[in-house]
Design a protein around this ligand. Structure first.
Ligand SMILES: Nc1ccn([C@H]2C[C@H](O)[C@@H](COP(=O)(O)O)O2)c(=O)n1
Ligand SMILES: [Zn+2]
Length: 159
């Protein structure tokens, strides 16, 4: 008997883990997941967007509008940063799979931690200055970026 051939690719596997991690997020508007992987395809870390440890997410604001301090934005820790901070490994040469293109703050952390490639699905904030800044920094720092469309990813899920 020959081996099974329709197994999923590494990219689909790790993006799937990023998407599954996103499902842990309490953010009512946008759930983001990230998975960091070594050059040997070993998972080094995972993360999703959420409030910092010790900050009760039942008491924190989750809104998007109003006074800055009444919104989630100054408090929420992004999926990519959580994945970086959750890791006990050297991340040099690794790649990060993320369900949403990294913001400029996460882009800085990604570059500084030595991650060499960003593989993402959604780019819904592409028109924002934050995403434009991320793309500028990734280009200058030699961090590769690659999009895998969600439609492709959904198709590979077993029925
Ligand atoms: N690459 C990103 C971008 C955003 N996030 C988090 C931060 C918030 O929890 C949410 C975005 O909220 P929205 O403005 O869409 O209501 O996603 C992240 O973790 N990683
Ligand atoms: Zn971010």
């Amino acid at each position: 008997m020959k081996k099974r051939m329709n197994y999923i690719s590494w990219d689909d596997y790790f993006l799937g883990i990023a998407e599954l991690s996103a499902a842990r997020s309490k953010d009512p508007n946008t759930q983001v997941g990230a998975c960091i992987v070594s050059e040997e395809n070993k998972i080094l870390s995972v993360g999703y967007n959420g409030m910092p440890a010790g900050c009760n997410d039942d008491e924190m604001p989750w809104g998007r509008e109003g006074d800055f301090l009444d919104t989630k934005y100054p408090f929420v820790c992004h999926a990519e940063l959580n994945a970086i901070l959750n890791s006990n490994h050297d991340l040099k040469g690794s790649r990060i799979y993320v369900s949403l293109f990294p913001c400029n703050e996460c882009a800085k952390a990604i570059i500084q931690s030595g991650i060499k490639e960003v593989i993402y699905t959604c780019d819904k904030y592409a028109d924002t200055d934050g995403t434009k800044a991320s793309k500028m920094m990734f280009k200058m720092a030699g961090v590769k970026t690659r999009q895998i469309k969600q439609e492709h990813f959904v198709k590979i899920l077993p029925m």
